[in-house]
Design a protein around this ligand. Sequence first.
Ligand code: MN
Length: 317
Amino acid sequence: MSKEPDVIRVRTLFLSDFHLGTKGCQADLLIDFLRHYEADTIYLVGDIVDGWRLKSGWYWPQTHNDVVQKLLRKVRKGTHIIYLPGNHDEFLRDYVGSNFGGIEILDHAIHEGADGNRYLVIHGDQFDMVVRHARWLAFLGDWAYGAALATNTYVNIVRRKMGLTYWSLSAWAKLKVKNAVNFIGRFEEMLSTEAQRFDVQGVICGHIHHAALHDKFGVRYINTGDWVESCTAVVEHYDGNFEILRWTDRQVDVSSERRAERKRGKGQTVDAQPEAVPALPSPVLAEDDVTADAGTCAGDSAATESGTRTSNARQAA
Ligand SMILES: [Mn+2]
């Protein structure tokens, strides 16, 4: 029962949006995933611990502890872990540059890919303000973009000091844009723009709970998804290929394997090698789904393909 599963070793793991400390966190699936994968480097791409929620009531079951222990054990076994705080674990931004139990805290990082490309790794909430006001910023030019980024940080520090909840981009998007697909597309475009400003070939982020991997905006855009609903992770294999894994699909396979194993009789070793689940192709929305409400944003035309899994861009982001 406690037999270690066959472990897949990858070059890098990118994980985000665990929201530990909330009931939504799928800690059991996450622990199962962490048992199956070992990596040279793990990037924790923000919203790992949900500090905003913890303040309004302590929720910290054993499984959430187990996730933390599992990560610390990996550090002891030689994995390099880099933690890039998000908006829900923004309290850690005060510790950027520090090291906790071997876990390095950074605001953002540049990942040198095995494919020879460089990737900006960042949670992504830094762009909420820009995504919201993209329409105006396009008029006002480059300085406004920088100003919006700075304002975003400032506003959230003030909100945090006042004990307010985090203002949610995705909740706003649902109300305001009617169609969250527009918002996902804008977010993806903003992050891709930022990668270009950093003069790198791609960006790897989280925040909107919508796993993705594409090159629609001139650079590679990779989103790690979340462990509240979609249970997704991004791996970089040693050959340089990136892949989105969906662990909920994998769970189905695990239980059917177990059933098959029981039927065949005990004592037999079943090859429990988890198969990588390929990223779902982004379904294309009907053109008339895109409402005129946000129609003037520069990114909207390209946003229509971003997919129908809009429930992933949840209020927790
Ligand atoms: Mn976030």
